[in-house]
Design a binder for this molecule. Structure first.
Ligand code: AMP
Length: 284
């Protein structure tokens, strides 16, 4: 067995930087020499390996790496037997079956015998089989969205994030095949389980810290119960009595995307001194 745990991260592309930042925020920092395959993590028995994002699920299942950061879409498509330890809260997208706006294809079943371009042949074939359709799959590694204009396909199955690529190519979503995001995967038989647990816990702290803020405010006793309903916290809010009689100080974790709305609601309720603080790391 290798002496150190090996974690595989994408060597290039959008996930490469995201993975490096996540690991650094979790206290796992390393310096990558140009073009080298490995880097040693400072102060931990961990080596980082730089790999193609779509090879990471299979290399993890085969034991070449103990942990990996990749897309759950690629895990699904590969069929690799790995455990998903953690959703990393980034890279969220949907896999969608898309047709031209003027297409005669109205339902997935209409694609029987038609040409479907995709980088996800397994998921696509499985999905369409469920609709009793057997398409001709045009298996491509990228730029799938232009294949209808090129006359290569009648429909595509591709990842959609904002939908702007679809709109630019005059395509629309006929059906969704799944929702995916960036994940931490683990070889189920890794001999480095203890270190893998530490990495997963550290990354979890960062993922939660990025998704939540700490909100503090003062509220009169008569409104305390209502305020607690607005900010129930991660588990439970902290409540302290203020020196000023009839007033309480509340501290609660709040989802970052909801902070502005919640601050408004608390203010309308009569809360004062409402402060948001970013959390940079946590253990819950
Ligand atoms: P959008 O125009 O925002 O819908 O993005 C669609 C384009 O970005 C397509 O070419 C997708 O293949 C690619 N894309 C979107 N989300 C992801 C993701 N999470 N991972 C990899 N590629 C993605």
């Amino acid at each position: 067995m290798a002496e150190n745990l090996r974690i595989g991260i994408p060597s290039k592309g959008r996930l490469s930087e995201i993975s490096t930042e996540l690991l650094a925020d979790a206290g796992l920092s390393f310096r990558r020499q140009e073009r080298s395959l490995f880097a040693r993590v400072r102060d931990m028995p961990i080596d980082v390996t730089f790999l193609r994002t779509d090879d990471i699920p299979v290399l993890c299942a085969e034991g070449a790496i103990d942990l990996g950061i990749t897309g759950s879409d690629l895990v699904n498509e590969s069929g690799a037997v790995v455990s998903t330890r953690l959703k990393l809260g980034v890279g969220k997208c949907r896999l969608a079956l898309c047709v031209p706006d003027d297409s005669g294809v109205k339902r997935p079943a209409d694609l029987d015998g038609k040409r479907v371009a995709t980088s996800f042949p397994q998921i696509t074939t499985g999905f369409l089989a469920g609709h009793k359709a057997t398409p001709h799959i045009v298996n491509l590694s990228g730029s799938v969205e232009v294949m209808i204009a090129l006359g290569v396909a009648d429909a595509i199955v591709d990842l959609v994030e904002t939908g702007s690529t679809l709109a630019a190519n005059r395509l629309h979503v006929l059906a969704e095949l799944g929702s995916y995001e960036t994940v931490l995967v683990q070889n189920p038989a890794t001999p480095h389980g203890h270190v893998a647990d530490r990495v997963a816990r550290r990354l979890e702290g960062v993922v939660i810290a990025r998704a939540w803020s700490l909100l503090e405010y003062n509220v009169p006793e008569a409104k305390l119960a209502e305020a607690e309903q607005i900010t129930p916290g991660f588990n439970s809010p902290t409540i302290n009595r203020l020196e000023q009689s009839g007033w309480f100080a509340v501290r609660a974790m709040v989802k970052r995307g909801e902070v502005i709305d919640i601050m408004e609601r608390l203010e309308q309720l009569g809360a004062t001194a409402i402060l948001e603080t970013a959390i940079s790391n946590c253990r819950l």
